[in-house]
Design a protein. Structure first.
Length: 143
């Protein structure tokens, strides 16, 4: 995984992380769905602004702390780790190392969803690698 991600420039890596994390957002099980959506919207706006050069790393870190609140408010272990996938994806906007952490949290979610099904984790990693490969093949910043 790390060897594949090394081939992505920072902007594409951050976009990859966010796209990878998007499939976990529905699993974030906080009590107040309206507040969850509000947090997600705010964080995504700052994330996009950072990628567009309109927000500082400091502003993105603040948005990341907001994303982490979802993890604290989650009602299940799956929800907690799904929120961490999202928060780490956001943090990839200012530091590359967060991408692999997001990917590993995604594997943790799959293992929690089905503890006896190793294939689910393998399929998740394969999905991540295929998505990264698609970003590498694409000449565009987004897919």
């Amino acid at each position: 995984m790390e060897l594949v991600l090394e081939h992505l420039p920072q902007g594409k890596l951050a976009r990859w992380a966010m796209k990878m994390a998007s499939s976990f957002i529905a699993l974030i099980d906080v009590e107040d769905e309206f507040e969850k959506q509000k947090f997600l919207t705010q964080v995504r706006e700052v994330f996009q602004a950072r990628l567009d050069g309109r927000a500082s790393a400091y502003e993105l870190r603040k948005a990341g702390f907001l994303a982490n609140k979802l993890s604290q408010q989650a009602q299940s272990q799956i929800g907690k780790y799904a929120a961490r996938v999202f928060a780490q994806a956001v943090a990839t906007g200012h530091m590359r190392g967060h991408a692999i952490v997001a990917a590993d949290y995604a594997i943790k979610v799959r293992n929690l969803q089905s503890p006896d099904d190793l294939q689910l984790a393998v399929k998740e990693r394969e999905r991540q690698i295929e998505l990264a490969s698609a970003f590498i093949r694409s000449g565009k910043e987004t897919l």
